[in-house]
Write a protein that binds this ligand. Structure first.
Ligand code: FNR
Length: 370
């Protein structure tokens, strides 16, 4: 179907499933074990209901915001996902271009299919970037990689902390990855080629240090002046530890349901984390909280912002839009979410991002699940 026929993020998913190689589809779409968390990530948003206010002047709606010092056209960023070339030959380079056009910040993945230099070269002048880090068992390799990111002007470093071992993703394990010819280029040069012969996820495991712990946080902070955040926090205690360690924020995430199955959706963890941070005296300006997992509608973005998130990350929708229509697909996907968010804000009586509060949603049913 033509790009203009795409009406929502789910439409891209349907097209991607048709056009992608079955192995690539298996890697992207899979979740851990029984995929309970994978499914619940989006369903959790549907358990939050809206509590709109009326007779507010909503002629003009302003979606713009900023997080971590980066201006954003809406409270959304593209999260890091490994191996984008499995979706489309343009891979991460296509995502970088789409991010520039849509005014959205992209979190570069450590395990990219294009090299870091190639991704950086694709930037538009002044384009802001975040980066995700898997700490390598050889720490010096991570140190070199981080210094390169900093030198390139990357704004913030998100250290992934929910994957000391990669989850069991059976769809991915069943489709033994074979080399797919020159179409698929392996690995970042800083990380070495990723051997996918055992399924993509298992191949990636050897690049992640399972020994990483809280004692290593000062080391992480010592190797860079970038803001350092944790990606994959799942409870209030850990958010408070991160805040007390001097980190600049965290992403409440279960890795898109790909890691510990039956863990909670990020949106459900959010109230607990905001409460714990409030009790610990954290100010939002010092410690920013993000959510990813299951963001598929503008209303999902609204709900996360209402409950205290600075912004949300989208993963699979970016890959599916890229697979279906290249970078143009991603730009359209962002515009759809923008339109949806604008409508939800207008119908809720919240003309600006700052005017969205926890009084505009109801979370009574949020924890009733599984
Ligand atoms: C991921 N994710 C991920 N996270 C990370 O820190 N490093 C990585 O290399 C990857 N790789 C990756 C590959 C694929 C195919 C997916 C789908 C996800 C997790 C990602 O950053 C994010 O947490 C989820 O994708 C968010 O959920 P949605 O938006 O996909 O539902």
């Amino acid at each position: 179907p033509p790009l203009a026929a795409m009406l929502n993020t789910f439409d891209f998913e349907s097209v991607a499933r048709e056009v992608m190689e079955p192995q690539a589809w298996g890697y992207y779409s899979s979740g851990g074990d029984d995929e309970i968390t994978l499914r619940d990530n989006h369903l959790a948003f549907q358990r939050i209901t809206m509590r709109p206010r009326i007779l507010v002047n909503v002629k003009d709606i302003d979606l713009r915001t900023s997080f971590l010092g980066a201006p954003a056209s809406l409270p959304l960023y593209f999260t890091a996902t490994a191996l984008a070339k499995l979706a489309h030959k343009d891979g991460e380079v296509g995502i970088v271009r789409a991010a520039a056009k849509a005014g959205v910040t992209y979190m570069l993945p450590t395990l990219s299919s294009y090299t870091l230099d190639e991704m950086l070269e694709a930037r538009a002048p002044g384009q802001l970037m975040f980066a995700q880090l898997y700490v390598n068992p050889e720490r010096s390799r991570s140190e070199i990689y981080v210094k390169k990111l900093e030198a390139a002007g990357v704004k913030a470093l998100f250290v992934t902390v929910d994957a000391p071992q990669l989850g069991r993703r059976e769809k991915d394990m069943r489709s033994k990855f074979t080399q797919q010819g020159s179409d698929v280029q392996d690995g970042d040069e800083d990380e070495g080629a990723v051997d996918r012969s055992q399924g993509a996820a298992r191949a990636i495991s050897s690049y992640i240090d399972a020994g990483l712990c809280w004692d290593d946080v000062p080391w992480l902070q010592s190797i860079t002046k970038m803001k350092v955040l944790l990606k994959g926090v799942q409870c209030g205690e850990d958010a408070v530890l991160a805040y007390k360690a001097g980190l600049k924020g965290c992403v409440l995430s279960n890795h898109g349901g790909r890691q510990l199955d039956t863990s909670r959706p990020g949106i459900e963890i959010l109230p607990e984390v905001m409460e714990a941070l409030r009790e610990a005296g954290a100010k939002m300006a010092d410690f920013e909280v993000f959510v990813d997992g299951g963001i598929r509608r503008g209303a999902d973005i609204f709900k996360a912002v209402a409950l205290g998130a600075s912004g949300v990350g989208v993963g699979r929708p970016v890959l599916y839009a890229l697979a279906s229509y290249g970078d143009k697909g991603i730009v359209r996907m962002v515009h759809m979410l923008q339109d949806e968010l604008q409508m939800v804000m207008r119908l809720s009586g919240t003309p600006t991002i700052a005017s969205i509060t926890d009084k505009h949603v109801l979370t009574t049913n949020l924890a009733d699940h599984i």
